[in-house]
Design a protein around this ligand. Structure first.
Ligand code: NAP
Length: 254
């Protein structure tokens, strides 16, 4: 599917991997809608890309429903959805202070996993009403963002790894189900990328992670994620699978 003139939604598009994806899709001719809980960030990227920026909490079904309505009114039916909204939480099952961080677990699953499912559902519903864009009968593409933590979760990443594992696990059943309407579903599992999410890590931690990457020995660039997202949209044979984008890194236990 070509991105030229195509309405595309990027959640978490106000920052990091999502912002790079919005810029890349806009350069390819897409009309981008940026969903982010940070409205000023969404509007900043929207004004850079000629798109629209909306305040959306992806874990809130009503907020997502309203935003999809606005996209349809402004641009028509979205043909690409890239889910980048997410939070990176770290907490042990048994913290030393004796508390049980169960609410952190629930919040992480709600934003990362349920949020991706909610937006995917709305995108699929609208895409099912659209006319096919090519001879294959393709109506749209959905890309969810997992993480290498889905396979190599570290100590303290139970919630994050479970949320990203859920995203990876729903890729195939979603692709199988939505094949009927000509919608592909893919997931990207990034290693460590230089964004606001990883900025908060101490330099020593980032250097240690980079040293553990076989090649290239550096954090990923948001543009490299965006380039893969664009390729997935444009390559119709990519469907139902998770692509690790990680320089061959395998995370250690801590
Ligand atoms: P980022 O720079 O923090 O961007 C994430 C964006 O999502 C932020 O603008 C954030 O807003 C927004 N967001 C958070 N919760 C939201 C919600 N409920 N509804 C709508 N928007 C929400 O992070 P990133 O590094 O680009 O991460 C993008 C995705 O890639 C995430 O799913 C992350 O788990 C995944 N990932 C990142 C890396 C990495 O190394 N960077 C590696 C593997 C996977 P706030 O700033 O207000 O929170």
């Amino acid at each position: 599917m070509l991105l030229n003139q195509v309405p595309a939604i990027i959640t978490g598009g106000g920052s990091g991997l999502g912002a790079a994806t919005a810029r890349t899709f806009a350069v390819a001719g897409a009309r981008v809608a940026i969903f982010d809980r940070d409205l000023s960030a969404a509007k900043r990227i929207a004004s850079e890309t000629g798109g629209i920026g909306l305040e959306v909490d992806v874990s809130d079904p009503e907020s997502v429903a309203q935003a999809f309505k606005k996209v349809k009114q402004n641009f028509g039916i979205p043909r690409a959805l890239v889910n980048c909204a997410g939070i990176g939480t770290a907490s042990r099952i048994l913290p030393r202070d004796g508390t049980l961080p169960i609410s952190d677990f629930i919040r992480t699953l709600n934003v990362n996993l349920t949020g991706s499912y909610i937006t995917m559902s709305h995108a699929a519903q609208l895409m099912s009403e659209a006319t096919p864009l090519n001879d294959d009968g393709e109506r749209g593409v959905i890309i969810n963002t997992s993480s290498v933590g889905y396979e190599d979760g570290q100590i303290g990443q139970c919630a994050y790894a479970a949320s990203k594992g859920g995203i990876a696990s729903m890729t195939l059943p979603a692709a199988r189900e939505l094949a009927r309407i000509g919608v592909r579903v893919m997931a990207i599992a990034p290693g460590l990328f230089a964004t606001a999410m990883t900025d908060t890590l101490p330099d020593a931690a980032r250097e240690a992670i980079a040293a553990n990457i076989p090649f290239p020995k550096r954090l990923g660039k948001a543009q490299e994620f965006a380039d893969l997202a664009r390729h997935i949209v444009e390559n119709t044979m990519l469907n139902g699978t998770v692509i690790r984008l990680d320089g061959a890194v395998r995370l250690q236990a801590r």
